[in-house]
Design a protein around this ligand. Structure first.
Ligand code: 9MG
Length: 345
């Protein structure tokens, strides 16, 4: 069996540092001084640290190919340039989502929430009608359509930013695309519904492929990995390849490690610390950490709505080149990013 190769950029440099630097995803503001070079073969993992210069001039064909994917610029998604972190605002149209369940179940309330998030600076609005929090049961497709379609139709008329539909169901994807959705966000990476690959390809829309181990009802029972970062990477790569075979090109895909979906606290932290590795898949990267339970577990004894922890996670993502941050608190995230970007530029 041939060894699999992974490159995890580390040691972020300031822009225009006069040293050999690893540029990630075509971003001149995203330079790294070194990388962890990881090889995995039949369960054995070999890790070594190399400087950017050593990596760029290694003379190894496999390394050169991996670097090509890591470094090439990402094209726009739904006309959105990915040369800075974009903010995807969450519009839940569910009675039971973990953080704002029931508040926006009426279409008018969800639409005005979406309009408000655009005013606060959202670049994308993500509309979902099925709760995917741990322990939740799937809902009927017609009910899901009843929840999300009027909201997508209403928002498509009222906002300029692209809408994404958060669904695992092919029929919902198809009808949402007709109603005006311009991105598909599937927490099952197009595996839940046997028709998803075909329908998503037929819509021609970009797709967010999120990693989950198991389904929402049971995923937190005993999540297990040999190496969480490499296993999630491999699983996403195999979904990217399945999409390519089905006619969805890599340029139209966004990958997401799926924080909290079939992961323990230790798994979530390992992923958050290693986000740069996912640029090696040659796609834009999305991070959804907003208000998730790992924040409450880390900050036990603190009170509040997990906003400070969510902002901290968003900045961790931005510093690792994540192109899309999925958040509930758009205005606060925008402010945090403005400070971060102000210092970095
Ligand atoms: C719908 N949804 C809830 N959490 C999510 C996450 O982390 N990523 C994506 N893509 N979607 C999510």
């Amino acid at each position: 069996m041939t060894a699999r190769l992974y490159i995890r950029p580390i040691g972020r440099l300031e822009p225009s540092t006069p040293a050999a630097a690893l540029e990630v995803a075509g971003r001149v503001d995203l330079l790294f001084a070194a990388a962890e070079l990881i090889e995995r073969s039949s369960g054995a993992v070999r890790r070594r640290f190399v400087t950017a210069g050593e990596l760029l001039h290694s003379g190894d064909e496999a390394v050169a190919q991996a670097l090509q994917r890591l470094q090439q610029p990402r094209g726009p998604i739904a006309d959105l340039a990915l040369d800075r972190p974009c903010v995807m605002g969450v519009v839940n149209v569910t009675p039971d989502s973990f953080s704002d369940g029931g508040r926006y179940l009426a279409p008018e309330a969800a639409i005005s929430h979406g309009v408000q998030l655009e005013t606060e600076g959202a670049d994308i609005l993500d509309i979902g009608g099925e709760s995917t929090r741990p322990g939740s049961d799937p809902i009927d497709r017609e009910e899901e359509c009843r929840r999300v379609l009027p909201v997508i139709e209403g928002l498509a008329k009222q906002v300029r930013v692209p809408l994404s539909v958060d669904t695992r169901n092919a029929e919902v994807m198809r009808r949402a695309a007709q109603a005006g959705a311009r991105i598909i966000n599937d927490v099952s990476a197009l595996t839940h519904d046997p028709r998803s690959l075909e329908i998503a390809a037929a819509t021609g829309l970009p797709v967010v492929l999120m990693h989950a181990q198991g389904d929402p009802r049971t995923m937190q029972h005993n999540p297990t990995y040999a190496d969480v970062v490499l296993d999630v990477y491999d699983a996403l790569e195999s979904r990217v390849e399945a999409c390519e075979r089905a006619g969805i090109p890599r340029e139209r895909l966004v990958v997401d490690p799926g924080i909290g979906f079939g992961k323990t606290l230790v798994h979530n932290l390992a992923l958050l610390a290693s986000l740069t590795i996912f640029h090696g898949l040659g796609c834009a990267v999305l991070l959804g950490a907003s208000r998730k339970s790992f924040i409450g577990k880390l900050a036990m004894g603190t009170s509040g709505d997990r906003l400070p922890g969510s902002l901290s996670a968003a900045l961790l993502g931005a510093a690792q080149g994540v192109q899309i941050l999925r958040v509930h608190d758009v205005a606060a995230t925008r402010q945090a990013l403005a400070v971060w970007q102000g210092v970095g530029s």
